[in-house]
Structure formats: structure tokens, C-alpha cells
Ligand binder design. Sequence first.
Ligand code: UD1
Length: 362
Amino acid sequence: MKVVSVVGARPQLVKLAPIAAAFAGTEHQHVIVHTGQHYDADLSDVFFSGLGIPDPDVHLGIGSGTHGVQTGNTLAAMDPVLEAEKPDWVLVYGDTNSTLAGALSAVKMHLPVAHLEAGLRSFNRRMPEEHNRILTDHAADLLLAPTEEAMRHLAGEGLASRSVLAGDVMVDVCLRIRDAVLAGEHPKPVLPEGIDADAPYLLATLHRPDNTDDPERLGAILDALADLPVPVALLAHPRLVAKAEQHGLKLGRGALHVGRPLPYAGLVAAVLGSAGVVTDSGGLQKEAFLLDRVCTTVRPETEWVETLEGGWNRLVPNPHELGRSEWAAIATRPAPGTDRGIPYGDGKAAQRVVEFLEQHKR
Ligand code: UD1
């Protein structure tokens, strides 16, 4: 069996790691196509080296652009690659513009498409990712769902016959790296200047266009974070840095200490060292949950609803709309003592993905 994985953005590289490892133990041929949606070393190269992913076989070098330019250029660049490879499966990951372009290119060439992390829904049509995931699910031939909730969404859209419950491959990679970090196999993460790793701190990330692109909203969120009673380590995504500069907003002030994005093991170590997480990232909400840290999500909704059970994750659409003390109490709350079960699976999802691809091969 020959499988082409199409990846391009940071969260897809994390998901690729356990899949590439699962293929490495088989006779199957696994071809990695990097679209180049993310190209900064911080957002791309360190994930290949840090997670032991083989170098991409093909690099499309697409880079940044408007949604149409990025998606369209990737779509056009995929055609000759798929024409040459003629794989048994095209495997696309998550919900980025690279996901949609990879899926669309493959279905138009009558190549079977499998969608990893299928069935997630925010029901927020302002999010580019919501369109990407719905369109990809409806185009794909095999829907690899991470959770029971995702399976329900797919059934609700008439896609049950193409859906299988694989579990979440992020559990595979997150728990493996957690164990390596706890065993001292990775150097200490480079935290932003001013953060004392031995004293309580919150770990924060912000990158969603809904939070970064409107100057008033971004200013309000930064004000609220800067006002918190504990130091906040803000790992700044390039979109946040660019938008803050464009809006004339200072990132490092008050409780806020700004640093660069971390490699995956560094991120896991930084979460483990923190008193809690504040984010708008989907992946980080789940990493906090898997690593036993409370999370506060600066969004009106989440695709990962299981993290909300028992209060491990709390949604705060706009911290500025809350009183200072109420917001601070939420962001710095202690971990609840509730048992969360294993809604994201047992850490063997990647193996199951390979088996499903074998079973459903045309
Ligand atoms: C993308 C995904 C999002 C995912 C996120 C993870 C889409 C629609 N969005 O958002 O779902 O959560 O990746 O990070 O696909 N930039 C750089 N260097 C890079 C990449 C980007 O400086 O290596 C800057 C550019 O100014 C670019 C902006 O960041 O325009 C946004 O990058 P883009 O890939 O378009 O979307 P993300 O916000 O990263």
C-alpha cells in the first residue's frame, strides 16, 4: 500500500509524527508532502527533527497568502505530485488550508482520500477551519474520527457509512513525549525572559484571526492577560506578532512575558511546569487536558467539548467582558479533582489508522 500524507501547518506535523512512526514498522510506502504553509523553523523544521519525522519527500513551498491564494496554489501544486505518485490513499490531517487543498486535489483525480481528525465541529462559520473540515469530510472516502462526539457529528451529516472511530493520534505523541520529558531526556524549555520556571506561571498562546485581527479585541485580551496576578509566558505565533505590531499594541507588559513558539517537547515541558494554560489553540486545550493542567480557552466554543467536563477547560469568549477578579479567578483556578476517563483514546490511534487504511483500501 502506498499512502501520501499531506501536511503543512504546525499542528499537522505533530499528528504526522505518530503516523510516520506507525508506517515505519510496516511494508507500506509512506510519502510525505509538505505544502510549505508554515515555513518558519519554529513552526516547521523543529517538529521534524524534534519528533523524529523523516524529511518530506516533496516540498511545495507555498508559503503565506490570502485563503484563496494559499489554498489555490496548493491545489495546483498537488496535481503533478499525485499524478506521479498514484497512491492508494491520500491522507489529510485536521482543518487547515493545506487539508482542504490536499483533499480536493485527490478527489478530482479519483484518488481515495482519508481524513484524519474527521468530524470535529465548532458550529462557528466565521472560522476558516470550520469550512475546511466540513468540506474535507464531505469529500473524503474514509473519515477517521478521534472521538465518539465526532462520530455523532458525522452520522448527523449522513456520513456514518464512511466513518470509523480511530481515537486521537495526538494522545500517542503527547504521552510519549511527556514520558521522555519526565525521564529527563529533553533539555529544559527556553521560557520567555522574566519567567521563573520554579515559580507558578501560566502558559499562553493566541493566534486565531478572531482574536488577533481586530485591534480592539486583541488589545482587550492582552490587557486582561497583562493584569493577571501571576506571570504569563506568552509563546507568540508569527500572526500574533505581526498583528500586534500592525495595531501598535505592545505584547510584553505587566504580567505578560513574550517568547517564541517552542518545539513540541519544549511545549510539553512548559505545560507540565505551568500552573495552567490560557489559549485559543485546539491542540493546546487537549495537551493541557492530557497533562493534567487546567485550561482557559479564549473562544466562545470549542471542538474538544470533552475537555469541558468537570471544569478542566473553561470557555471565556472575551476576558475583558468579565470583572478583573472574576477573570483572574478563572485563569488561576486550581485543578478540579474529577476523573476524566480517556475520551481521546488509549495512545494507540496511529496504529489503528494504518489498520483502517489497510482494511478499506480499494
Ligand atoms: C494555520 C491554520 C490554523 C492552525 C494554525 C496553527 C488555516 C486556515 N489555519 O493558521 O487552523 O491552528 O495554522 O499554527 O489553515 N506566518 C509566518 N511564518 C510561518 C507561517 C505563517 O510568519 O511559517 C505568518 C504569516 O504572516 C501568515 C500568518 O502567519 O500570513 C498566518 O499563517 P497561516 O498559515 O495563513 O495561518 P495560521 O494563522 O498559522
